[in-house]
Design a protein around this ligand. Structure first.
Ligand code: ATP
Ligand code: MG
Length: 573
């Protein structure tokens, strides 16, 4: 097996163990999960891990608990109107569906703004929340740090009546952004900093893409998330490890509201390790910077680890799901090698992508003893022997063909088995040719190779009495289809983006992550290739017809992945 092969998907993981225990103990009779993206950017491969987990759990347990109401919701966590947009919501839905999942209900945190507001008033009435009028900087200073307890501010003593009055006036729009916030009244010296009177609501005079100008106060994540989960009856609320310290607050919110709000479930939060990949960036903030700074062509640029980028690059949903299954669900953070993702797409396309011939950097070869008027239609198989599929096409063979520039050398070393003066090579599915002469331009570059072919050796056969070691690919010059080919490589040239200031990672962008080749020569059968179709160009890699830019009269192909892990080898050198 390839060294990059992911470990086979484990039948269980710690989340499934927890759910099994809950079901066995009778704590739940069904499983309800949710995938809660904030609509402030496109999804990336890290989100795919969370999607596969949450939707995958619902699929698995629905089979085990038919008729139980087991399901997975898609919920937009839209509590920050400044950054969110309907466009992102549409893209997220497209990506989840493309990955092969369907939600059992589409929700927004904003659906519950009224309920959340009522919950906040309830906490005020219970003396569990207060309006604080410190500035952001003062709030931070009063909060202390891990070694120093925080201290209460003068506003903590406000009466219920004053708090209620101020909160209602915050809602009514009487104050400016930042003038007041609503805070939970918990414990300013709690060892868990998240429990030091966390913010519940803030003022934002910004229109919201769903609720328009109905609200000018918006709930914070730590307040909105547990309430949304509880309202929807979520049983297992799965998030990434950095929210571990928020769990205590999550529980505080649910426990203090459950009797009042009559939630249908008592959800619990569980954390798993987020997916990190080397040679790329994954945070939405950084992706946004790449997009807005025009370092890439958009959210679906094939260099990006976004789902839209991977789709345009030619990745299949199956390969991404296999990757996520291989990575598994763990409790400890780690970084996964990009080679593992590449293994998964190669593994999938090996069975799916027909083999064809394409010359990316053409060099003309004239076969002098082949009549100019003749065209031979040769049989070529779409599949190698180890793929159990059938199908062939005809490839035309003529006097003038193109081969890859790299497949010819004027002064080759001994172990070079391709074409060189005086040497013989086999053309894939066709004849054996021997180089007899070369034609050079003014600067001494070879611009044409002259050859003869052996008419006594049938296409595909071996000559008798001599060994032809190399086989190269080619296309007929007269029948070739011109195409633009975009060679993609890793986004960053460094394994890890440099730490430090935010934009520092831009320096690590791999300048060779996109190389555009014009005038590539592809075999005739590709003339009708349609957007999204994937092929293996023999000896070159897997390619997809670009879904956006390719036109029947001007084909554009994207390289999905090379055939072998050439990156690892190049790095070693
Ligand atoms: P980022 O940090 O990349 O900007 P985010 O966490 O802010 O992403 P959300 O839209 O809030 O993005 O994420 C939606 C869900 O996807 C959350 O439950 C989050 O835990 C999960 N998620 C985000 N990034 C990853 C990742 N790298 N690996 C696994 N799950 C992730
Ligand atoms: Mg987030």
């Amino acid at each position: 097996m390839d060294s990059c092969a992911p470990a086979p998907a484990k039948p269980g993981d710690f989340i499934r163990d927890i759910i099994d225990d809950d079901l066995a103990a009778g704590r739940h009779q069904k499983v309800i999960t949710r995938f809660p993206p904030e609509p402030n950017g496109f999804l990336h491969i890290g989100h795919a891990k969370s999607i596969c987990l949450n939707f995958g759990l619902a699929l698995d347990y629905r089979q085990r608990l038919p008729g139980s109401g087991t399901r997975c919701h898609l919920r937009f966590d839209d509590t920050d109107p400044a950054k969110e947009d309907t466009l992102f919501e549409e893209a997220i839905q497209e990506d989840v569906r493309w990955l092969g999942f369907e939600w059992d209900g589409l929700y927004h945190a904003s659906d519950y703004f009224q309920k959340m507001y009522e919950c906040a008033e309830h906490l005020i009435a219970q003396d569990k929340a207060y309006v604080c009028s410190l500035s952001d900087a003062e709030i931070k200073a009063y909060r202390g740090n891990v070694t120093t307890p925080g201290k209460p501010c003068q506003f903590r003593q406000r009466s219920h009546d004053e708090n209620m009055d101020l909160f209602r006036r915050m809602k009514a729009g009487e104050f400016k952004d930042g003038e007041h916030v609503l805070r939970a009244k918990i414990d300013m010296s709690n060892p868990n900093m998240k429990m030091r009177d966390p913010l519940l609501y803030r003022i934002r005079h910004t229109a919201h893409h769903m609720t328009g100008n109905t609200w000018c106060i918006y709930p914070m994540y730590d307040f909105a998330h547990p309430i949304s989960d509880a309202i929807e009856g979520i049983t297992h609320s799965i998030c990434t490890l950095e929210f571990e310290n928020n769990r205590e607050l999550y529980d505080w919110v649910v426990d203090n509201l459950i009797d009042y709000a009559r939630f249908p479930s008592r959800p619990r939060q569980f954390e798993f390790a987020r997916l990190n990949l080397n040679y790329t960036v994954m945070s939405k903030r950084r992706l946004l910077e790449l997009v807005e700074g025009n370092h890439v062509s958009g959210w679906d640029d094939p260099r990006l680890p976004t789902i839209a980028g991977l789709r345009r690059r030619g990745y299949t949903p199956e390969s991404i799901r296999a990757f996520c299954a291989g990575v598994g669900v763990a409790k400890a953070n780690s970084t996964v090698d990009m080679a593992q993702l590449e293994f998964c797409i190669r593994d999938d396309l090996n069975q799916k992508a027909p083999r064809v011939l394409g010359v990316l950097k053409p060099l003309k070869v004239v076969i002098e003893n082949f009549p100019d008027s003749r065209t031979e239609e040769l049989d070529a198989s779409y599949w190698p022997h180890d793929v159990p599929k059938e199908g062939t096409r005809k490839v035309p063979f003529c006097r003038e063909i193109y081969i890859e520039q790299d497949d010819f050398m004027l002064e080759p070393p001994k172990d070079y088995f391709r074409l060189a003066p005086g040497r013989e090579v086999r053309l894939r599915y066709a004849y054996c040719i021997t180089c007899t002469d070369v034609i050079k331009d003014g600067s001494g570059n070879v611009i044409e190779v002259r050859c003869t072919y052996d008419p006594d050796v049938k296409p595909g056969d071996n000559p008798v009495g001599r060994k032809v070691k190399g086989t190269i690919h080619w296309v007929s010059a007269r029948h070739a289809v011109d195409a633009e080919v975009r060679l993609y490589d890793r986004l960053l040239s460094e394994e890890m983006p440099p730490a430090g200031k935010d934009s520092e990672f831009l320096k690590a962008i791999n300048p060779h992550a996109l190389q555009v080749l014009l005038g590539c020569k592809l075999e005739r059968s590709l003339e009708t290739a349609s957007p999204g179709e994937r092929y293996q160009f023999e000896r070159q890699g897997y390619f997809v017809v670009d879904p956006k830019d390719s036109k029947p009269s001007a084909l554009v192909f994207n390289r999905i992945v090379t055939l072998k892990d050439s990156w690892a080898r190049a790095q070693k050198k």
